[in-house]
Design a protein around this ligand. Sequence first.
Ligand code: MRU
Length: 344
Amino acid sequence: MTTDVRTLEWTGDGLRLLDQTLLPERVEYVVVRDVGALVDSIRRLVVRGAPALGVAGAFGVAIAVRQATREGWDDARRDAAIDLVRGARPTAVNLAAAVDRVRPFVAGGADAVVAEAQAILDEDVRGNRAIGALGADWILHRTEDRPLRILTHCNAGALATAGWGTALGVVRELHERRRVELVYADETRPLLQGTRLTAWELGQAGIPCAVQVDAAAPSTILRGLVDVAVIGADRIAANGDTANKIGSLGVALACAEAGIPLVVAAPWSTVDLAVPDGGGIPIEERAPEEVRSWRGVPAAPGSMAAVNPAFDVTPARLVTALVTETGVLEVSTGATPSAVSSRV
Ligand code: MRU
């Protein structure tokens, strides 16, 4: 990614976000300085992706502290505002976890919160570099020695993190090692994070990419056109069950059928050891309008009912490898995050 495009950045008095709802047509930024604007930005996916949500949430606590001072809120009102940020999206555990991490700094004032939030941002970029290197090593050990055809779903790139990316961090690393032939980017219905964001981000990086509709992914895999699928995660249960963008499960089933690896790349902060298995992961249900229409243009008759789960859960047995900044777990062989947590 070109260095002048930053997903999110603290400006000194607010959080500057690259507005991902406008990509790829427009590269525009918005600065949020109050909790209402931040929560709205999170819900509308101006900022999105589990690690980026974590960073946004951490700075959101600083925004709440500053707003409380500015507007004379009492502690209860300030804490309620922080809770609002924490719960703005339910599936990505990074959001709640990052808010919880910076909360103890509230008593020290906004600057103390900002310092800890910035630490989370810096750790994320460093962690993504490590994920990229570990993931590339693991994949290159298990695939033929030639440029790879990689499939990815949604956007787990620099746009979904503080920089570099998780799944796309692995792709970037493989590209730097001249081991990428083509990336299939699933369109990712209904909001097209693949067609709009992954395609844009890979284009910026000069990585060859083809978009395809989600429904094409299993067929592309079973036709032998893919060497490895690499996806991100929003929450990983203690047993390795993995929640990621809706449609990931179909990719996982196809990988298992074709006998190719499904690699989940995510920071350890996406692992939620408090949730024993995927059944305990809250799945965000979004507005039916996102399915019934596209940018205000109706696609379904009238008030047709629609279901719109934003995520699905891939069972651990279908996850060949989980790559975090601390190492690679071969989940489908029985290695679980809970078993290694004592080493992290
Ligand atoms: O609804 P989104 O766009 O926030 O969903 C994002 C994903 O599902 C990503 O794959 C996941 O958060 C990992 S981002 C590194």
